[in-house]
Design a binder for this molecule. Structure first.
Ligand SMILES: NC(=O)c1ccc[n+]([C@@H]2O[C@H](COP(=O)([O-])OP(=O)(O)OC[C@H]3O[C@@H](n4cnc5c(N)ncnc54)[C@H](O)[C@@H]3O)[C@@H](O)[C@H]2O)c1
Length: 326
């Protein structure tokens, strides 16, 4: 039985990935500094370890054949724009120690989870975006802090392959969403934040939108995400690869879809002082289709329905109501 490690297994994508890999017959060790928040992990073994420390990375990778490296200190746009030093410090420590421990422990494959935040700001100034191809990463001008750190780790993976023969895979996620993701507290991304605001809104309420709502994004549902991660790990492709949908939507459009799912009439109030990130961003999936013979197929409206229903249940359940009033 192949033994795999998922780091960040207490987080959103890691938690889903553990279930996916276990269902495929792998022996799975999950590692995180926290347990999953909403449902128990299905990992065979779950270790609570702080992966900023070398000894913990050695323990995490011991006896492991393949590593899915997802652990990172990150959050929504509000968090990553205001915590650059903490993000760069923590993620550099986690990543360098994780890959070096994988090498020392003779891990066969190491998959690193990068981000669309590595793409240059100068290509993302207009809401009428040109979808981002992998080759567009250079000349580099990534998101300050978080994006630079991701790009540096992408290059580290390439060096470990070239110099040490460690098989690495690098995936660039474009806005992953779905049930069991953070939906409040600042760590949440736009789909979860909008689902929460609309779940808490009454008919004809107004919700706050960050920016003017015309900024555009593409969003990829979690089931497609874990499928894509797995397919990339199994492939022989060593360069960074996009993993996203190429269905572009504005934040205003996203609000309208969620309001439709909720069956509520909702208006928007714009807060131009709040962080909005880049003006427009989409994934070009040409290379993804070529390399994996596959691409994410779950439409935004289809993925948002279970996401909204889950968040609605969290914020509107009697337990949530009593903890809010306590
Ligand atoms: N969700 C997205 O849309 C998205 C987009 C681009 C890239 N990514 C990347 O994918 C990976 C997973 O993202 P996610 O959405 O599941 O985020 P998440 O925050 O839910 O999961 C990350 C996990 O890493 C853990 N972690 C943080 N510091 C740690 C430490 N010192 N030791 C051990 N564990 C630690 C956290 O506790 C958390 O459970 C991250 O590397 C993230 O940067 C995610």
């Amino acid at each position: 039985m192949t033994r795999v490690l998922v780091t960040g297994a207490g987080g959103f994508i890691g938690h889903h990935l553990v279930s996916y890999l276990r269902a495929r017959g792998y022996w799975v060790r999950g590692v995180d500094i926290k347990l999953p928040e909403y449902t128990p992990s299905s990992a065979h073994e779950f270790l609570l370890l702080d992966l900023r420390y070398w000894e913990n990375c050695l323990a995490a990778t011991e006896g492991i054949d393949e590593v899915y490296a997802l652990a990172a200190n990150m959050g929504g746009i509000g968090f990553i724009e205001t915590n650059k030093a903490v993000i760069v410090r923590d993620n550099t420590l986690i990543n360098m120690h994780s890959i070096e421990a994988a090498r020392v422990n003779h891990v066969r494959r190491f998959l690193y989870t990068s981000s669309a935040c590595i793409y240059p700001g100068y290509l993302q100034k207009s809401p009428e975006v040109t979808a981002l191809r992998e080759a567009d990463a250079y000349p580099a001008d990534p998101e300050d802090g978080y994006g630079w750190e991701k790009l540096y780790m992408e290059r580290t993976c390439r060096h470990y392959t070239e110099d040490f023969g460690l098989e690495t895979r690098t995936v660039r996620f474009h806005n992953i969403y779905g049930p069991l993701g953070t939906y409040d507290g600042g760590g949440e991304k736009s789909p979860a934040a909008i689902c929460r605001k609309i779940a808490l809104a009454a008919e004809d309420d107004v919700i706050e939108v960050w920016g003017d709502g015309e900024q555009t994004r593409s969003y990829c549902y979690i089931d497609d995400c874990v499928e894509g991660i797995y397919r990339l790990m199994r492939s022989d492709y060593r360069e960074p690869l996009n993993l996203g949908r190429d269905e572009l939507v504005s934040i205003n459009g996203l609000v309208d879809i969620v309001a439709g799912i909720a069956g509520k009439r909702i208006s928007k109030r714009y807060d131009l002082g709040k962080p909005q990130g880049v003006r427009g961003r989409n994934s070009d999936n040409t290379l993804l289709r070529e390399v994996l013979g596959w691409e994410p197929g779950i439409a935004l409206a289809d993925g948002l329905r279970p996401t909204y229903e889950w968040i609605d249940e969290q914020v509107c359940s009697p337990a949530a109501a009593s903890s809010a009033s306590a």
